[in-house]
Design a protein around this ligand. Sequence first.
Ligand code: ADP
Length: 324
Amino acid sequence: IKKIGVLTSGGDSPGMNAAIRSVVRTCAFHNIGCVGIYRGYQGMIEGDFEEMGPRSVNNIVNKGGTILKSARSMEFKTPEGRKKAHENLVKAGVDALVVIGGDGSFTGALLFNTEFNFPVMGIPGTIDNDIFGTSHTLGYDTALNTVVEVIDKIRDTASSHNRLFLVEVMGRDAGHIALNAGIGAGAEEILIPEEDLGLDRLLDSLRKSKAAGKTSSIVVIAEGDKIGKTVFELKDYIESNFPEYDVRVSVLGHMQRGGAPSCFDRVLASRLGVKAVESILEGQSNFMVGLLSDKIVLTPLELAIKGHSEIDLELLRVSDIMTI
Ligand code: ADP
């Protein structure tokens, strides 16, 4: 291996820059070249490359987003697109690839390896934490901190006005952000896709907290919850059952994907980048690097894509106990 290409693909997440920096500097440490590929697979198809050295990644460890930009590429889903991408890599002397992204990006990487026998290594970058083979994806910890900080602020208003706030958080089909940020922010109830709480239990819980003398409440709702109502329909439903409640909705949105990465995400990104490059140099391919029991380990990309990232339902019980 003489030169490694690195790209960020799919949804961005805080810590991607720290991972790029780590990949670039680990390549320099081992005296091999590194090429930054802009705009994910689309940039690979268009040959949008830049040679990178340790000084190309100064002052980015603390920056959200990705300096290489991210993109979704329909063309990469076609054999012609992937062929073009491969030709560009060969022309640039790139002989291995580190893909920072989510399961879609990994699916593309695996296909690319199958077609061209090209070494690929994945780094999980998404705030949703929905990837098998790592307890934490890059950006997840930062997103949790962002959500908790915002809910703390919402709580001020909720308690001043005796309001019930429904706070919708990201996570796609997973409830990791909702469950953990919900506990961290002291939410009354947490609705996640992994457990169908049902409307009756939600009403029951609100009834109980009212009887217990709570005058304001925060309910955290994962965007992928199974309640079958939008958060705005849920507001109407609660108000029709509890006319005395003044219900407000806050959909947090993309603020959750931005911001400076937490220290945890910066350290994780640094460790994952080193492991990704060194695994390639050891002749490995088709793995994702991830964190399990505080060790950086390899998981076959195929498993990372197909596997299910389990949520710890014991946390729901913890949440229930905390809101007695
Ligand atoms: P994420 O990596 O965050 O899951 P996407 O699912 O949007 O994001 O995937 C990112 C990119 O990966 C897509 O735009 C596409 O270029 C590539 N990709 C996704 N699925 C496939 C596939 N089945 N075959 C080839 N490329 C794919």
